[in-house]
Design a protein around this ligand. Structure first.
Ligand SMILES: N[C@@H](CCC(=O)N[C@@H](CS)C(=O)NCC(=O)O)C(=O)O
Length: 213
């Protein structure tokens, strides 16, 4: 299989963590987002959305959307499971993952920031304020939710990594990269510390990727 990847993409980072947890090593093709390679004719022919990640499977399928790709990997390579055993637990984990992937991450995506700056003409300072605002709104709610819920364990759900941690770690890395104070989120950073004690998470980090700049 082949992963279309970019070191700084937090959505691709999720897929890299899942692949590492499963022990699956794909071929890689790097799509340079800062140089707009995601909008090249060749890439758009494969993925009209013009976003990474994308996974071309051995069976010839071309998969998009990081959460769908992670769930595909979880079904194709069941061990270790990335979702818990019961429907209610699975819904809890997916809920946490979606809180990050649908309600935090898209507001700060490159194309959104470029539109704010290049089309609407907001200043660099206003753009950074937007970024910080939406991360804080999202992380505050997630911190409250995870801190008070007994289902939270060493990880977002219990004591093993799941889809939720796969989304949390890249989002916190994004926040740190933007110099956002993560001090107000002690539960999230405690879980992050547990996750980054695992090689699967460490090896997926942006700085460890062959295309890192
Ligand atoms: N919901 C998508 C989001 C994918 C996404 O937004 N990818 C970003 C990088 S993290 C991207 O390709 N951005 C390119 C752009 O904005 O032009 C997923 O989870 O895969």
């Amino acid at each position: 299989m082949k992963l279309y990847d970019y070191f700084r993409s937090s959505a691709a980072y999720r897929v890299r963590i899942a692949l590492n947890l499963k022990g699956v090593v794909p071929e890689r093709e790097f799509v340079h987002l800062r140089r707009n390679a995601q909008r090249s004719d060749d890439y758009l022919a494969l993925n009209p959305q013009g976003l990474v990640p994308m996974l071309a499977t051995d069976g010839g399928a071309v998969l998009t959307q990081s959460l769908a790709i992670v769930e595909y990997l979880d079904e194709a390579y069941p061990a270790p499971p990335l979702l818990p055993a019961t429907p209610a637990e699975r819904a809890r984990v997916r809920g946490i993952a979606l809180e990050i992937a649908c309600d935090i991450h898209p507001l700060n995506n490159l194309r959104v920031l470029q539109y704010l700056k290049n089309t609407l003409g907001v200043s660099e300072e206003q753009k950074d304020a937007w970024y910080k605002y939406w991360i804080d709104v999202g992380l505050e709610a997630l911190e409250t939710r995870l801190a008070r819920d007994p289902a939270t364990g060493r990880f977002c759900h219990g004591d093993a990594p799941t889809l939720a941690d796969i989304c949390l770690v890249p989002q916190l890395a994004n926040a740190r990269r933007m110099n956002i104070d993560v001090g107000p989120y002690p539960t999230l950073t405690r879980i992050e510390a547990a996750a980054i004690s695992l090689p699967a998470f460490v090896d997926a980090a942006p700085s460890k990727q062959p295309d890192a700049e």
